[in-house]
Design a protein around this ligand. Sequence first.
Ligand code: CA
Length: 250
Amino acid sequence: MYTSELTKYSPRTEIANTSRILVVEDEELIREMLVVALEEEGYGVVTASDGRTAIEYLKNFEPNSTEAVFDLVILDLMLPQINGLDICRLLRHQGNPIPILMVSAKGSETDRVLGLEVGADDYLTKPFSMRELVARCRALLRRQRLSTLPVVPVLHYKEVTLNAQECRVMVRGQEVNLSPKEFRLLELFMSYARRVWSREQLLDQVWGPDFVGDSKTVDVHIRWLREKLEQDPSRPEYIVTVRGFGYRFG
Ligand code: CA
């Protein structure tokens, strides 16, 4: 079942925010061995025993989506319904960049080449040792992490430009100096233009949940930020007060 299998995320791995691996394998014994070996390494593991379920799990692959996103797929070649090669082809066709480790009992060079040709990142022939498998997973995840180092976008709104990579803010063509807190506040605002934030939410996001102090801190920083951004800080066009709620950007 789709939903019951998803509950296999253990709280431990959620807190540790470790990589999540989807194991697609129809042979129960192998599947269970994979789960045990991977969970021992601290990975969050979800399983699927046929091709259709696997595709269902993998259809949400937006990097910012919070549900059913995996960092790696271990994909058996011979599966009921839709085989591993077709799944692989489909995922790549959809533009899903998830690393795929294909495993197969068929050990011929042709299978290996075919697997890699349709977009698998690595290929392992059964029987394999769990140590070998875990090592391959680790390598793939590491490689993925490097290639997906976030490209921090440059945020624009009207005449304000924030370059997070360079920690620079330009207002009407002039660079302005912001304190780290002001910068973080503006970055948050610009990342979610028009979203209304309460003072508590802003404290939480910018100062962190451990911050001891009251929400006046937010008001003070907003005032400083307005002085740097707005042409007329008493009639702000960027950081707008939403009476009874908090603040909004734009
Ligand atoms: Ca199989």
